[in-house]
Design a protein around this ligand. Structure first.
Ligand code: TRP
Length: 376
């Protein structure tokens, strides 16, 4: 029997994502326990995102570690395409937090791309003014996560165009229109800017090698929808004299409305934004977070809830409860009916609000620090 259909591209995530199938479809490798042990030898502990397989797949991570063990250090690369308004949600933070952790553990440089042309090119209603403003807002979220400014460089595509364009055209020359059509599902009606864009996204994966005039391994933590861009650049980069970037893929933080999809900030009922107030968080979780609980308290006490489909539980597991013992207890209590949905939601609301309270303070302080992070 065929499973339910789903689709994952950088420009659309549709249906209930089957990550096992996606591994096969994209040809990526599963992040297995052996590889986790190997990472742990260098890091002493494992971030929750790794332990709980929120980052669940990779390309060439063993190679990155081979090189690292030979003394050939890698740099990290990730990015954020700003859109209209300040719309960073909790799901966006996952690859960035992973980068920050890897930066600390491996002493790695981080190159952070803000392609302020990307959403301008893809969305009719978005202007360059919008993305410019939002890029500033989004930078605050990135800086708030605690990156080391001495080792972190932001690239803003329209600002760093002079630096990036000569590299982008080297990539673009090796990509045909038919590759773009089949990779992104484009056709003859797509504008030519969007066809070129993937070349810009490839640049930070080898720009440090260009600048330092030696080949440096690159590791890219990302949400798996972005893999398409790098499937293409992994083909191209060796042809122009650089390493293929290695990749570490995360699943999507599910939308409030149910596990399986991707959190999206275009719909208020689906995402917790980094700028949400405690009251907004409470309202969103109480009103929208899909519950695995029963319809009445009596029924819930009798039959118990289902933490595996419960969005609040999933957020605790994927992000907010690092303590394995505590998480297990919540799981068991919810499943047995001892814990009610309202109690589970309250635990999550409290955790998110503590996190956002800290984050928003650091975000405010970041306003004075934008310049420190811009590549000069
Ligand atoms: N295309 C990404 C987005 O839509 C932004 C981005 C640029 C990115 N470079 C990246 C994401 C590298 C992951 C890794 O937000």
């Amino acid at each position: 029997m065929r499973g339910k259909s789903f689709e994952v591209t950088p420009y659309e995530v549709k249906g209930e994502v089957d990550y096992g199938k996606l591994i096969k479809k994209f040809g990526v490798s599963k992040l297995n326990d052996k590889l986790l042990r190997r990472i742990e030898r260098h890091t002493d502990d494992l971030h929750l995102f790794l332990r709980r397989k929120v980052f669940f797949a990779h390309r060439d991570l063993n190679w990155i570690l081979d090189e690292y063990e030979k003394g050939n250090k890698f740099f990290l690369y990730t990015g954020r395409a700003s859109t209209k308004g300040s719309k960073v949600h909790l799901g966006h933070l996952m690859p960035w937090i992973m980068c920050k952790w890897l930066q600390d553990k491996f002493g790695a440089e981080v190159w952070f791309q803000f392609p302020d042309e990307e959403k301008f090119l893809y969305k009719n209603e978005v202007t360059l003014e919008d993305t410019k403003k939002a890029t500033y807002e989004d930078m605050l979220d990135v800086i708030a996560l605690g990156f080391d400014s001495k080792k972190t460089h932001s690239l803003v595509d329209t600002k760093h165009a002079g630096l990036m364009f000569p590299q982008a055209i080297k990539v673009a020359k090796k990509i045909t229109f038919s590759t773009i059509k089949s990779s992104f599902g484009f056709n003859d009606t797509n504008n030519i800017g969007s066809i070129f864009y993937t070349a810009m996204q490839a640049v930070p994966a080898f720009l440090p090698s260009v600048l330092k005039k030696k080949k440096i391994p690159c590791l890219i933590p990302l949400g798996i929808d972005q893999d398409t861009h790098f499937r293409i650049s992994r083909d191209v980069l060796p042809k122009i004299g650089y390493y293929k970037p290695a990749i570490l893929h995360s699943v999507f933080l599910p939308p409030l409305t149910g596990v399986g999809g991707k959190m999206s900030s275009s719909d208020d009922s689906k995402a917790i934004l980094t700028t949400d107030s405690p009251a907004e968080v409470r309202k969103k979780i109480n009103k929208y977070a899909f519950s695995g609980g029963q319809h009445s308290v009596e029924e819930h006490r009798k039959k118990g809830g289902n933490p595996d489909v419960d969005v609040s539980f999933q957020y605790l597991k994927m992000f907010f409860e690092p303590d394995d013992e505590k998480l297990k207890k919540i799981y068991n209590d919810y499943k047995s009916g001892k814990m009610l949905t309202s109690e589970l939601k309250n635990i999550l609301i409290e955790k998110i609000n503590v996190f956002l309270n800290q984050h928003q303070k650091k975000r405010k302080l970041a306003e004075k620090r934008i310049d420190e992070f811009l590549y000069k």
